[in-house]
Design a protein around this ligand. Structure first.
Ligand code: UDP
Ligand code: MG
Length: 325
């Protein structure tokens, strides 16, 4: 089978040569074992890096026939960068494996993913068996987030990030999902097909710092929930009903106090409820606004990414790029 590995890179100059070296060794091994064809490739997607990541990718491409590259015209974020890579690679190979450029995921799991593919699975998820290598804050925030996500009714594979194999027909199916607010971990389980998992022992980053800033992580978390679940809106509606009920009791209490004894005190309770209800209202507007914002982004149907250049060995005559289909 012909394998395409898609790897998003954002300011990864520190780690890229190291990762390329490991992938070369892996490819040599897999080709020798006859597990993958010799025209398999690694497609690095440069997500608008501000360092010399693209120059490194061009250099790798020039000196090693395994490496291809896509240069995106600007930074579109991890999810869209993966999408650009997968959509470009899907017609050039039988299956695509996505893995972060820092290779924190276990590249030894790749062989097993291919075996599963040969057994007839269309989607193989890499599932983290331990997050010990992750920093404490990242680990706990991720765990809290996944728990919250489940309680919001989103069905995702536990402890799976974007390290997965997808067959070209699964990718073809994925290409019909036109949403702009991409959250692949939520969409891929909707595709159907036979799926399975393999263990992924993650390690620490060998070079460079995490490119996922707190705000990028928060954006992904909000997209993940609001793109797949309307439960937050329902919760607000139920909260509204609940407070209506409480206010009936409060009205009775106020009328009773008014007629039975004079009311001057009560400033404290007044202020408390004012702030409480005020914050609930703001929250409600915020959640509603979040969904309206989503609709706004979706209806514009803007391209998800813009491929400026695509370098691929078969394609050296200059390939046609599929910009966001
Ligand atoms: N990345 C990207 N665009 C971005 C941010 C990150 O393509 O805007 C890539 C990054 O180069 C890496 C992957 O996404 O290959 C995951 O990022 P990172 O390893 O920094 O995140 P972490 O592992 O800390 O969650
Ligand atoms: Mg990482």
């Amino acid at each position: 089978m012909r394998l395409g590995i898609v790897s998003p890179c954002y300011n990864e100059h520190e780690v890229l040569y190291l990762s390329a070296q490991k992938l070369t060794t892996l490819f040599d091994e897999l080709i020798a074992k006859g597990k993958i064809d010799s025209d398999s490739f690694v497609l690095f997607v440069n997500d608008g890096s501000r360092d010399n990541t693209w120059e490194i990718i061009c250099d790798l491409h020039k000196n090693n026939r395994y490496f291809s590259g896509i240069n995106l015209a600007h930074n579109v974020g991890h999810q869209n960068a993966i999408m650009a890579g997968m959509m470009t690679a899907r017609t050039l190979c039988d299956a695509v494996i996505t893995i972060d450029a820092d290779l924190q995921d276990d590249i030894n799991a790749i062989e097993e993913m291919i075996d599963r593919y040969n057994e007839g699975y269309d989607i193989v998820y890499g599932v983290k068996v331990s997050r010990k290598a992750d920093p404490f804050l990242k680990r706990t925030s991720a765990q809290l987030f996944y728990r919250f996500q489940n309680s919001m009714g989103l069905k995702t594979i536990p402890n799976h990030a974007d390290f997965r194999l997808m067959s070209s027909r699964a990718l073809e199916e994925l290409s019909h999902y036109d949403e702009r607010n991409l959250y692949l971990r939520g969409i891929v389980p909707l595709l159907g097909y036979r799926t399975t998992t393999v263990n992924d022992v993650i390690s620490g980053r060998e070079a460079g710092a995490s490119k996922y800033t707190i705000s990028k992580m928060l954006n992904l978390a909000v997209d993940g929930i609001t793109s797949f679940s309307i439960r937050p809106i329902r919760l607000i509606f139920s909260a509204g009903l609940f407070f209506l009920l409480i206010s009936i009791f409060i009205t009775i209490y106020i009328l009773y106090s008014y007629f039975v004894h004079s009311v001057v005190p009560g400033w404290t309770s007044m202020m408390l409820s004012l702030w409480f209800i005020g914050s609930i209202i703001l929250l409600a507007i915020g959640v509603g606004g979040e969904y309206i914002g989503k609709i706004y982004v979706e209806v514009k149907m803007r391209p998800r990414y813009n491929i400026e250049q695509f370098i691929h060995h078969e394609n050296d005559k200059a390939g046609s790029v599929d910009n966001n289909k």
